[in-house]
Design a binder for this molecule. Structure first.
Ligand SMILES: Cc1ncc(CN)c(N)n1
Length: 222
């Protein structure tokens, strides 16, 4: 069984829970309050800026130039495709660039990005891809599964079409193939560690919907 198939099997329950989360179902049906999407967007702008840095660490740690080149190209797609889509949504929701820059991430967004950074700084390219792959793969599965939905809210329609589209599929397949190739070359201990990164990131993906849906904040102790 391919390494990526083992990973996919390990997260079946948590990915199904993500798919069924009221945030995701609310996007599909158009019933998600825009205030929840706003909280998501602000946290996601922070998340994607850290995600791009993790991808860049992948470019730096890759052992051959072709992988460095492709990881760097993925940084550019995060910037050109995803972050610019978010900026468009932000403008539609009246969120300014200054608000995005000044935004303090919620606990889950902070914890998830810290997990990815830790895997990236302490590991090799395989650790990095394992930690970031749920971000690609889960979103694409969700986007594909929501393709038949046409929510009234245009932002939600565009969100579904961006993640379910062919452009995103190509990037997901590329990283899955890269991870399978690396998994064939490393030790059993490395594969176990990589699997753990993937499973933890998948849990954080679920918690990210929850964070947005509940407007998660840091405690104030007052
Ligand atoms: C938290 C999160 N995970 C995944 C994605 C899709 N790249 C995203 N935009 N945000």
């Amino acid at each position: 069984m391919k390494f990526s198939d083992q990973l996919r099997e390990a997260v079946e329950v948590s990915w199904e829970a993500s798919f069924n989360h009221p945030f995701v179902q609310g996007i599909a049906k158009g019933t998600l309050p825009l205030a929840c999407f706003r909280h998501y967007l602000l946290n996601d702008a922070y998340y994607l800026s850290q995600f791009a840095r993790v991808q860049a660490l992948g470019a730096a740690k890759a052992e051959d130039l072709a992988d460095s080149n492709r990881m760097a190209a993925h940084v550019q797609s995060t910037y050109n495709a995803e972050l610019s889509l978010h900026e468009k949504f932000a403008a539609q929701l009246g969120i300014t660039h200054e608000q995005i820059i000044a935004f303090e991430p919620s606990p889950t967004a902070y914890a998830y990005t810290t997990h990815m950074m830790s895997a990236a700084y302490s590991g090799h390219l395989g650790d990095i891809i394992a930690a970031i792959l749920p971000c690609y793969w889960l979103y694409h599965e969700i986007g594909e599964r929501l393709q038949s939905y046409t929510p009234d809210e245009p932002i939600y329609r565009e969100w579904i079409s961006a993640y379910g589209g062919e452009g995103f599929r190509v990037l997901v397949d590329e990283q899955i193939a890269r991870l399978d190739k690396i998994a064939d070359q490393v030790s059993e201990a490395d594969r176990a560690r990589m699997k753990r990164h993937f499973v933890i990131s998948s849990h954080y993906e679920f918690k990210f919907w929850e964070m947005a849906y509940t407007h998660e904040q840091w405690p104030t102790y007052s």
